[in-house]
Design a protein around this ligand. Sequence first.
Ligand code: ZN
Length: 302
Amino acid sequence: MYTNSIELLEVSPRDGLQNEKHVLSTADKIALIERAIAAGARRIEVTSFVNPRAVPQMADAEDVAAALPDRRDVTYIGLVMNARGATRALNTGRIDQLGAVAVATDTFAMANQNQTSDGSVDAARGIITLAHDAGRTAQATIAAAFGCPFEGEVAEDRVLAMAVALATAGPVELALADTIGVANPAHVARLVTRVREAIAPIPVRVHFHNTRGTGLANVWAAVGAGARTIDASIGGLGGCPFAPGASGNVASEDVVYMLERAGIATGIDLAALVSASHWLGTVMDRTLPGMVARAPAFPKLS
Ligand code: ZN
């Protein structure tokens, strides 16, 4: 059931940067967001409102929110873990959509947000309600949906039950996140299909890290199974400070290249994305993991 178009959600300003030793200035974060918008991104995870001692890279969340380009056609998403973070995000007046996270296992939920897995589902439902009360929308993500860095295999039925519990709170979509990059395309196709059928008409988003090289294959499997939105990060930056061994997200330019060449529209300009990736590599002072930005343009520009 391959579709004609897919939405990309740019996560580089948050997931991309939160695990980097090099802390970007607020101005450079805004420049990154401006480049993503110029390339065609219309949903962007711009920051997270979390404890700055736990994630110092996101300590300037309010400053980033205040400096966001005034664009009615762009949805700015702020990730939050609890009511306190939700209130901070909503108080900026600049965050259109809250991102809530529930974690599939108790051990990872304790490491990530000091809660049980069930507690993280309750917290995420509370965050969605806070967003609605403030006249905003919210999305929810199930972290470690395909495997846990501490507990290993995660039962599909557990993820399914969480998805149903989260869906009743009314998020705009529900994401399955492969936080540590262990998923494979068969697992992705199966779980996306099961969750999509269980929470319809709420759409499914996916979030993949390319830790073991299966990222793009997983994106393709998710699109085939009916996922509507793909999280991706310019240059393939990304990781989780609380998940040992987590590495970069699938690179936005790699996802756009694959989908557009396969006849699936993304609304994103590949050349602008590649240029943004080159710029980001210069700012970070290293070669970024994304592959398309390091390869010759194809087909050749005339
Ligand atoms: Zn991630």
